[in-house]
Design a protein around this ligand. Structure first.
Ligand SMILES: Cc1ncc(COP(=O)(O)O)c(C=O)c1O
Length: 361
């Protein structure tokens, strides 16, 4: 008689069978320069307000996130009906592809770019069409438009500024894609507070333009998982159909509302992070054995002569950096984000020593 206890693996969906889980490093003892976070603590008043709030955690959160949407609406100067909140923008990427992708439809991405687009595509049975960046850095608008001619192509995702390169693409190029592709164009503006560039004012002109934002970067809330989508109300209503009813917890909703009341304090942090990023960029540029790419975000992509050895040496000295592996055209690169000023000083001392070691050997 056949064993009634089945092997669970045989029931796994084909797409999931091929998936390698996304591994994250959790090394709180290190100086974390690997995840493009805001290294500063929350503004003092905000921290106090957050913990003096009496939130009813025995109740479900507001599934529609109405107060948070009102606050985001004032910050972005958009209508609350054109906002969808998510458990980090990671969740929202998945919801976009659940809505517009799937069933063999495709999403166009521009490698090297943020890896979650590809993962969400696999999870939602969406094909991935890759149009690599020109020289590893610049948007190939003509090729993306060609790829978008295919009836299967439903979504184009542009990451601006792009993670991991730091490139800021010309707004006219992106708007050309929005106008001429006729597809859903998602612009991921996770780092827009650092680049000071946004396409939000264009939303009213294009029902196929969707903008993705997050509280994880400039607002220092990576641990709370809070992101939002902006688009025309009719487009947002479509994505809202696939959203789990209580996807954003009450604590994160409250923190998001509070944060947008401390814009002055955050603006000071953002200016400091930009200045620190600039210092790190200059220090890397001065080293003889490193290629450094321009950035408009809070992180820097660079290519030392021996990236693996550099990542290892840095880790030995307590600095966690992101080893990007081999990127199209650019090859093996590392990525760092700006830490606290004293952390960055230590990092700059470390890379000068490591670089001098490379020259000697
Ligand atoms: C371009 C980009 N989009 C989205 C995210 C994810 O943001 P969240 O923390 O809101 O999921 C990241 C995080 O690194 C990112 O780099």
């Amino acid at each position: 008689m056949e064993n009634v206890l089945s092997n669970p693996e045989k029931f796994v969906r084909a797409e999931v069978r091929q998936l390698v889980p996304y591994e994250t490093k959790h090394m709180p003892q290190c100086i974390k320069l690997d995840a493009n976070e805001n290294p500063f603590p929350w503004p003092v008043g905000m921290h106090e307000s957050m913990y003096s709030e009496k939130l009813a955690f025995n109740r479900y959160p507001d599934g529609m996130g109405q107060d948070l949407k009102k606050t985001i609406s004032a910050y972005t100067k958009t209508s609350p009906e054109g906002i969808l909140i998510g458990n980090g923008s990671d969740e929202l990427i998945q919801l976009i592809l659940l809505t517009f992708g799937g069933s063999g439809q495709s999403v166009i991405i521009h490698p090297p770019t943020f890896s979650m687009y590809q993962i969400a595509a696999h999870l939602t049975d969406t094909k991935v069409v890759e149009v690599p960046l020109l020289n590893g850095l610049d948007l190939d608008t003509d090729e993306i438009l060609k790829a978008s001619l295919s009836p299967e192509a439903h979504v184009v995702i542009i990451c601006n500024p792009n993670n991991p390169t730091g490139s800021l693409f010309p707004r006219e190029e992106i708007l050309r894609l929005v106008r001429e592709s006729g597809k859903i164009v998602v612009v991921d503006e996770a780092y827009a507070e650092f680049s000071d560039e946004t396409l939000i004012p264009e939303i009213g002109n294009y029902p196929n333009l969707v903008i993705l934002r997050t509280f994880s970067k400039a607002f220092g809330m990576a641990g709370l998982r809070l992101g939002y989508l902006l688009g025309q109300p009719e487009t947002i209503a479509l994505i809202n159909r696939v959203r789990p009813p209580f996807n954003v917890n009450s604590f994160s909703q409250k923190a998001g509302i509070l944060a947008l009341g401390y814009l002055g304090e955050y603006q000071a942090q953002i200016q400091q992070i930009k200045a620190e990023t600039h210092k790190l960029h200059e220090a890397l540029t001065k080293l003889p054995n490193v290629t450094v790419y321009p950035t408009r975000a809070n992180f820097i992509l660079f290519k030392p002569s021996e990236p693996d050895r550099w990542a290892m040496e840095l880790l030995k000295q307590g600095f966690l950096v992101r080893n990007m592996g081999v990127l199209p055209v650019l090859g093996k690169c590392l990525r760092i984000s700006a830490g606290l000023p004293e952390e960055n000083e230590g990092f700059m001392r470390a890379i000068r020593e490591i670089s001098a070691g490379s020259v000697e050997s």
